[in-house]
Design a protein around this ligand. Structure first.
Ligand code: AMP
Length: 234
């Protein structure tokens, strides 16, 4: 990490890019925290799930290819997702760093990311692992609702949308439940997470890059802990 002469870090940006990976089970709140932190650090929030949902919404070949895996709560084939990440890293705004959310998702993807970073001569600053027990994750995912237009996330119990079925007065928005937030898909995704993504925690721990944050707390408290763990001002 670069330090300026008085010992303070220079501002984040093209000369001092921050590269982060967020790791954790579905429903732990990675996306919510990633959104805020990426804005604060002025780096792009790269969510492979969001890129895939966008591709699906636009009816691209990749989106249509991914649909059956996503609907079932399965992982999309590694090669498809790696290509998306490679392409996204090549975009101009990624030169100022990035926050990768939802990738890597298994050991093969972890190795592919290591290779890609080494080819690009880049290093990761931190891998943040959000942990949370399964009962809480099921509760959160089952009540999750998303706005199709804005991407805003709500929860029918804890954070209901301000208006019935929409989050805007104009009614252009539409609150819906992601098809992979159905009960069957939730259980499948948690199972896939345990089997496939869990081992990545050790992969990164052995590289001494891991920061662990308790994702079972309120959004605000997780945010405070995250800032503290990354050494950022609260
Ligand atoms: P997420 O929004 O991160 O929960 O991702 C939603 C779905 O997109 C997942 O259940 C997978 O089907 C797919 N997906 C997202 N990221 C990946 C990835 N890194 N590898 C494989 N599939 C992914």
């Amino acid at each position: 990490m670069l330090l300026v002469r008085d010992g303070r870090e220079p501002p984040r940006g093209i000369d001092n890019p921050m590269r982060l990976v967020f790791l954790g089970p579905p429903g732990v709140g990675k996306g919510t925290q990633a959104e805020g932190l990426a804005l604060q650090l002025e780096i792009p929030h790269i969510s492979t799930g969001a890129i895939l949902r966008d591709a699906l919404g636009r009816g691209t070949t990749t989106g249509l290819e991914a649909k059956k895996f996503m609907d079932a709560g399965d992982l999309v084939p590694d090669a498809v997702v790696l290509k998306l990440v490679e392409d996204r890293f090549a975009e101009q705004d990624a030169a100022s760093g990035w926050l990768l959310d939802g990738y890597p998702r298994n050991l093969e993807q972890g190795a592919a990311l290591d290779d890609l970073l080494s080819t690009l001569q880049l290093t990761l600053d931190h891998v943040v692992f959000f942990e949370c027990d399964s009962a809480e994750l099921v509760r959160r995912l089952g009540g999750r609702r998303v706005c199709r237009k804005c991407g805003n996330t709500f929860h029918i119990e804890f954070a209901p949308p301000p208006l019935q079925g929409t989050c805007s007065q104009g009614g252009e928005c539409e609150i819906y439940q992601r098809s992979d937030d159905s009960e069957d898909a939730i259980l499948k995704r948690l199972d896939v997470y345990q089997r496939e993504t869990g081992p990545l925690v050790e992969h990164f721990r052995s590289q001494a890059r891991l920061i662990v944050v308790d994702g079972g707390q309120s959004i605000d408290q997780v945010g405070v802990d995250l800032q503290g763990a990354l050494g950022l001002p609260k």
